[in-house]
Write a protein that binds this ligand. Structure first.
Ligand code: PLP
Length: 232
């Protein structure tokens, strides 16, 4: 078994174990393999190992990889914030978008989407951090309500990236933020919860994540990038 196949199997086993701990059925959690800044060859390896769902942060990188890997039956998921002028790439290539934080982007996505509606998650700045993407929790209900009215979008849930970066940071520190996101989502009648990365996906599953976005545990460390939110 090659390394990508092995690490995918390991992550799947950890997801299954977290589901069992939480009393949730196996298969209740979707794994997005976050392939941003990684070469297409690694995506081919993951596809050969049976994986189909990939997360990308940057719209142009998504466009380029979708073209390069057009021979494979992949599902792309756009997980990074979007500028209006790049919405077209996500509208064309992605099955889901996890970082909606402005009505303007929702309208543009709605206008450009053809075929099946795109699944959308509103990104919430759950801890109210400065310079963090996402809407403040208090603004989430309005954006959810507005996005629900737009054709071409299917508003399915909320997404967050909890605070990190303290020297003594531990996965357990994410738990209250994941719980807060769940309570906010359920209050809005949304079941979808896109939360948890390499650092804390098991805690996220225990708190109800329906989608986890895992990069480094599958593909290894990324080439450095100044605009990688997970390295900020
Ligand atoms: C990069 C990124 C991830 C994956 O992070 P890893 O630490 O590689 O698991 C998940 N979500 C978002 C929004 C990201 O930018």
């Amino acid at each position: 078994m090659d390394t990508i196949a092995a690490s995918l199997a390991q992550v799947q086993a950890r997801i299954a174990a977290a589901c069992r701990r939480a009393g949730r059925p196996d298969g209740d959690v979707q794994l997005l393999a976050v392939s941003k800044l990684q070469p297409a060859a690694l995506i081919r390896a993951a596809h050969a190992a049976g994986h189909r769902d990939f997360g990308e942060n940057y719209a142009q990188e998504l466009r380029d990889k979708a073209a390069e890997l057009a021979d494979l039956d992949l599902r792309w998921h756009a997980i990074g914030p979007l500028q209006s002028n790049k919405v077209k790439y996500v509208a064309r290539h992605a099955a889901s978008f996890h970082a909606l934080d402005r009505l303007e982007v929702a309208r543009e996505l709605s206008a450009r989407r053809q075929g099946d509606p795109i699944e959308v998650y509103v990104e919430v700045n759950i801890a109210g951090e400065d310079q963090k993407h996402g809407v403040p929790p208090a603004d989430a209900p309005a954006l959810v309500a507005q996005a629900r009215e737009l054709p071409g979008l299917r508003l399915v849930g909320l997404m967050c990236m909890p605070p990190q970066g303290d020297a003594d940071w531990q996965p357990e520190h994410s738990r209250p933020w994941f719980r807060a996101l769940r309570e906010l989502a359920h209050g809005l009648g949304l079941r979808g919860l896109s939360m948890g990365t390499t650092d804390d996906f098991e805690v996220a599953i225990e708190e109800g994540a329906t989608v986890v976005r895992v990069g480094r545990s599958i593909f290894g460390e990324r080439p450095a990038s100044a605009h990688d939110p997970a390295q900020a």
